[in-house]
Design a binder for this molecule. Structure first.
Ligand SMILES: Nc1nc2c(ncn2[C@@H]2O[C@H](COP(=O)(O)OP(=O)(O)OP(=O)(O)O)[C@@H](O)[C@H]2O)c(=O)[nH]1
Ligand SMILES: [Mg+2]
Length: 414
């Protein structure tokens, strides 16, 4: 099976990264109102919610995934999340926890940048009041850019010498230099295309002539492809959040922005576990004893807190936002669920009656043949079938709801 997508949670100290991780998983990462609470990265599995293929065929009762879960036709697909140490201005030069943190996120497929919009922490994560988080987005991206660029240009002289002596193409040399970030040729080519788009040109100058300005441009375009980013504007439950949110949304009209209150999600999930409320994750619906009498009765203080959460977060913003943050990260990665099945009539696996046991997230537009190889490994595939036993060509591509239920016929199966 291809590895699950890895999404890293980044941001300055105390912005709420670990709380966001905890709100999406059962991680129990340490949370604290002081900078650098997290030093070693925390990894945990979050679940992306999406409509499952079983609901298209009325087979919800038979759907028992190998990984994750399916509840009444809503599939919970596992996604790996990584919560890393806080980043401060100057990190690429070693300030704060510096490069170690940056190294931890090199294998991530996308980033969730948690921004504290309450204005109660400064750029180093120290408690304050009235801080303007508007610039946090720029400096954090710049830190990552400078780190990647520093790695690229550290031995630039020898990179160029090797490039010329081996008569390499720019895409090959860049791929070698970016391989530490898991970059393959395809990704580097996408980054070069992104560069053409960003700087409105149609070809690259020879690599041996690149100056710092040119390298900066290439690195910026590479980062857009390597680390597509969702901005999670966190702590929206705080009274000072509103004005900061509007400023950020105005300054970054093209960014994927989600409003969140991670602390509220953690609290609601805890109350639900303790039996005080029934809470549908990611929604505005919280039922208490007054709605469902099997739920535990809350004391006055707890009732007031839940009422406040309803007023300040759920009714105003529609939800705590964290489930949407994860959804947005998958959206920017442009991933669609693909269900490999053994039997196209029953949608079962190799044994048993349960349907759609596997689900993998695949980049939209990937060719069906490539999907087959990434799932089955290096085997000879005789044919690929879709729903209704229709033969699908290896060159056909995967899209939302199209070519997403597949059966691979191997040589040994015949
Ligand atoms: N009001 C409010 N506070 C929050 C929210 N999320 C986190 N916090 C608080 O912010 C502080 C920092 O939270 P953490 O999750 O530890 O932050 P972090 O980004 O992981 O911090 P480092 O590990 O130090 O980089 C804690 O006191 C949290 O309770 C939120 O949605 N609203
Ligand atoms: Mg932390």
């Amino acid at each position: 099976m291809p590895r699950e997508p890895l999404i890293a949670i980044v941001g300055k100290p105390s912005s709420g990264k670990s709380t966001t991780l905890n709100s999406l998983t059962d991680a129990g990462a340490k949370v604290g109102a002081f900078p650098f609470t997290t030093i070693e990265p925390n990894k945990a599995t979050g679940y992306l919610q999406l409509p499952c293929a079983c609901s298209r065929f009325g087979k919800e009762d038979l759907c028992k995934p190998n990984y994750g879960a399916c509840k009444k036709g809503t599939r919970f697909v596992p996604i790996m999340l990584l919560d890393v140490a806080g980043l401060v201005p100057g990190a690429h030069e070693g300030r704060g926890l510096g490069n170690k943190f940056l190294f931890d996120l090199s294998t991530a497929d996308a980033l969730i940048h948690v921004v504290d919009v309450s204005g109660t922490t400064d750029s180093n994560g120290k408690a304050t009041r009235g801080y303007d988080p508007l610039n946090d987005i720029d400096w954090l991206q710049e830190e990552i850019r400078q780190w990647v660029q520093g790695n690229l240009t550290k031995n630039w002289g020898s990179v160029v010498r090797r490039h010329t002596s081996t008569k390499s193409m720019a895409v090959e040399t860049l791929q070698r230099q970016f391989s530490g970030y898991g970059a393959n040729m395809n990704m580097v080519q996408l980054a070069i295309n992104q560069y053409y788009k960003d700087y409105q040109c149609t070809n690259l100058p020879p690599l041996e002539t690149w100056d710092n300005e040119m390298i900066t441009k290439i690195v910026k375009s590479f980062l857009k492809i390597k680390f597509p980013t969702v901005l999670a504007l966190n702590k929206i439950d705080h009274p000072d959040a509103d004005k900061n949110i509007s400023k950020i949304v105005l300054k970054y009209p093209n960014d994927k922005i989600i409003l969140s209150s991670a602390i509220t999600e953690v609290f609601l999930r805890k109350l639900a576990k303790q039996g005080y409320v029934q809470y549908e994750e990611g929604t505005e619906f919280v039922d208490t004893h007054e709605d469902i009498d099997t739920l535990k009765v809350m004391d006055e203080k707890l009732s007031q807190r839940v009422e406040k959460i309803r007023d300040l977060v759920l009714y105003r913003f529609g939800s705590t936002g964290v489930v949407q943050v994860l959804q947005a990260a998958v959206d920017i990665l442009d991933l669609v669920p693909v269900y490999p099945v053994r039997n196209m009539n029953t949608f079962t696996g190799s044994s048993g009656n349960n349907v759609f046991r596997d689900c993998v997230m695949v980049k939209r537009g990937t060719q069906v043949g490539a999907v087959a190889r990434s799932i089955m490994g290096d085997v000879t595939i005789v044919a690929i079938e879709g729903v209704g036993g229709i033969k699908i060509s290896e060159e056909d591509v995967v899209d939302k709801g199209k070519n997403d239920i597949l059966s691979f016929k191997l040589v040994s199966n015949n």
